[in-house]
Design a protein. Sequence first.
Length: 654
Amino acid sequence: MQQQRTWAKNGGAEAKRWLRLAGALASLLLPATAHAQGPPLPLARLAVVRDSLGRLLAADPRPDTLRVVRLNTLAFALRTNEAPQAQRLARQALALAQRLGFARGLVEAHFNLGYGYRVRNQYDSAIYHSQQALAWATRTGNRYTQTRAYYNLARIYTEQGNYAAALGPSLDGLTLAHAIANPRAELIQLVQAGRIELALDEVAAARTYIEQARRLVPAAHDPLGTGFVYYGLGDISRRQGQWAAARRYYIQARAMYGQVYNERGLLPVEIAIAEMTDRLGEHAAAQRTTAGLLRRARATGTPEQVAQAALLLARTWLPARPDSARRYASLSLAAARPHHLRLEAHDAAQVLAQASDQLGQGHAAYQYQLLASDYADSLSSADTRRRLAAIQTRALRSRTHIQLDLLQQQQAVERLRHRLQVAGLGGLVLLALALAGGLRLYYRRRQAAREAALRQRLAADLHDDVGNLLTQVSLQADLLREAPATSPEQAEDRLQRLSATSRRATRQMADVVWGLHTSTLTLPELLTHMRDHAYEVLPPAGLAIDFAVAPEAGARHPSPLTCQYFYLIYKEALHNAVKHARQATQVTVRVFADGPRLGLRVQDDGHPPAAPAPGRAEGHGLRNMRQRAEALGGTLTLASGPEGFTLVAWLPIV
């Protein structure tokens, strides 16, 4: 242990000497010179950095903070072009940084892991590590990496189609990037904000954000960020059907990316360029280019890139060579289906149906058309969820939008009424007026009833959940003021308890606000929210997560109120486990169904208390859970034994 302390003490001085000797690393993270990693290195410098750091790591295996820095630096440098190796290095850096208690090493290790998991579409792990990076960056005052963690979270939620969740980190990151006057960070945040707006079909707003980012290009000095700008402009032009402009922007993006990415990293933009070439009617050129891209994708690319390149090649051959089109479309479908790439699989099935029909294979064409229809239904469902997220986002951003919609509806009714009057249909007009009056009265009464119920529910939630926590915050604050601590350790302990209670009150308030927007909540959204909450509260408490949903439960369609109460019971159960499960290492969560009921089981493997504890038997939280279950006609049972504490709740589905 003493030897490790000596190594850690000397790590900073050795890092300074290493920095002077290796000028190629000047733009990367080093503990003596910077608090954040810089932009990706050009390919020529990347090779030098990779070889130099690889030799240093092999020659000096001492487990000190300098090794953490080197591991993180190499992982960051390789994250774009050698993602698997970067992920392994980041995991090594995280393990060593945790052993040494090296906070800045934890920041970068968590960020690198969050980036890697996002690229591999493992979103739960990506969210967890990005949130950890954000927390450690905040704790160490690393505001630049805070902006990077915000960006990663916004990018993850955008790729999931959860635009309401993406908006918060995006705007927080943009505000912070502007506050620290970092043009590169602000440029990337602006591009991400534009991506969210484009996904919500707000093309004008998306162009505004990306044009603002474009003005920062000279100050950012970042080829990758410049490539993001051009790629975003290409996506906007593509959405508007402006194929020539889209290709021009993609070519400019490719020129910027070429300074940083290897051939594998360039595949997405080159596929986009080839598609625009085909859209412009240059089919022969598109075929030649795409054939080479497909070979590269099959050699080094991802399944998504293989599916996209093969699909594009199939489309170029469809008019003249349906047999070739069928072969490439089959390859695209084979690459897309195992990896749940629904859009590519749908388009490949459509091309297969058209090619089979042209070849006179009617039965095969029919089967592929059925498959395309199945994917179309799935995509339509996903599109519906995205539109719902867009509605929620707009509601969170401004009430003015809702008022404007209501005003436009009223104006439309008035215009319709005027046209009916002009047409001379007096009797129908009178009937319409009477009906409109009745509907308006009915709407007002129903709206009043809904508002009364909402106020009652909101008051109960605030009183039961947030009110209790705020009372604790007040008492703890009074204790800090009226009873001075006898030691720094006691003061720190009181402050930590006050901070933890405040954060819990904040989470409770967020859940109350979330509950106000659950009128159309569905079970898939509920399960996603449950998983997110578990990864938010359990890993920081040292508890592993075992979360599973029975197939029969996933197919059910409970009412929004059932979904809301189900989540509130689940959230309180997790809090109960974190607070009271002694020596627990894992929390097991199961969601299942039995006939018309939806079930929840939360079990920890901790040791039960010798006598019934207030928090576990007659406490405020358990009483709330029981009351919520009984309010819907459900049940809640508790069991404590050698295997741990178990909570089982049953709620009616309808």
